[in-house]
Design a protein around this ligand. Structure first.
Ligand code: NAP
Length: 294
């Protein structure tokens, strides 16, 4: 019998991930805080749960893909949370990006109740989620990681095991530091070009033709050219991740001066109403700060 999966959190990432699990032949029940957002998945043949209880009971695996620490704590360990309903041997897999400390705390709480939990955040945005090309970064008991290979293969092109609980989240912060800094770097280059009066499209062509071009640049190029930022990876989530990076860096003594500076750019962008736009909107913030009006 195919594995039964409860999938909780149907945002930009959760929807394509749940759909890919369904396409791979798993029996998927989805749940979302805002029920209406789950309904379109019914048309694709997924079961939509009206309660967390229904999403969690009698499943082999429960996956969460939620916004932030607050959401994950509430849904897993809050009143009427997953831990009120889940029973061993169901595995609990949190794929959201949250603090490694929160992840460890929740894994410990789950363990006290006999539940095995893994952290398995993902690298790759909506496009990678849609095409099952995510890179999954896992922490937790290795045997559980091994049994999840078929599930991870349905959503991603690779799954990397980093060790004990929390280490998947640590790896995620490492890669997202680079992601946020890359966006900041591209944006600053483009601001300088703008102030020089260079043609933006030719500058974008130049970047594309050189060794600094990356697939990531390719994904964001159109947004930067048009200054339109529909969210694939919302700026508020990048800001959250930079906050988590700096919190961990403060604890472990990493010196990250450029990350601190980039954090300020994303924070200003969020304060200027850009938080729900794509992270590439940090370019809009830097243009504005540089006195370049559209
Ligand atoms: P999103 O579109 O903002 O969706 C967030 C989800 O969390 C929604 O289902 C939302 O439910 C739910 N949620 C938020 N607060 C909640 C609460 N207090 N209680 C219950 N549910 C709550 O986020 P996303 O882009 O899918 O990202 C999800 C996670 O993956 C984040 O941690 C993000 O950092 C990470 N991530 C994102 C990307 C990306 O490119 N988007 C890539 C890699 C990793 P409602 O619908 O009810 O609001």
């Amino acid at each position: 019998m195919s594995k039964r999966i409860g999938f909780i959190g149907l945002g930009n990432m959760g929807v394509p991930m749940a759909l890919n699990l369904h396409k791979a032949g798993f029996y998927v029940t989805v749940y979302n805080r805002t029920y209406e957002k789950a309904l379109p998945l019914q048309e694709h043949g997924l079961e939509v749960a009206q309660s967390l209880d229904d999403a969690v009971r009698e499943k082999d695996i429960v996956i969460t893909m939620l916004a932030n620490d607050e959401a994950v704590e509430e849904i897993i360990a809050g009143d009427d949370g997953i831990l009120d309903y889940i029973e061993a041997p169901t595995l609990l897999v949190d794929m959201s990006t949250v603090s490694p400390d929160t992840s460890c705390m929740l894994a410990d709480t789950a363990k006290e109740m006999g539940i095995t939990m893994l952290d398995a955040p993902v690298s790759g945005s909506v496009n990678s989620a849609e095409t099952a090309n995510l890179v999954i970064l896992a922490g937790g008991p290795k045997e559980a990681f091994d049994t999840l290979q078929d599930v991870f293969q349905a959503m991603g092109k690779a799954s990397l095991y980093f060790g004990e609980n929390g280490s998947g989240e640590k790896a995620k912060l490492v890669i997202n530091l680079l992601l946020g800094m890359t966006m900041q770097g591209i944006s600053e280059s483009l601001v300088l070009a703008e102030k020089f009066g260079l043609d933006r499209n030719i500058v974008l062509d130049m970047i594309q033709q050189t060794t600094v071009a990356t697939p990531f640049f390719g994904f964001k190029r159109e947004l930067l050219a048009k200054e339109e930022y529909p969210a694939a990876f919302a700026l508020k989530h990048m800001l959250k991740d930079f906050g988590l990076v700096l919190e961990q860096a403060h604890k472990n003594g990493s010196v990250l001066p450029a990350t601190s500076a980039a954090y300020q750019s994303y924070a200003s962008a969020a304060n200027h109403g850009l938080k729900d736009m794509d992270m590439a909107a940090v370019f809009a913030e830097l243009l504005h700060a540089s006195g370049v009006k559209k």
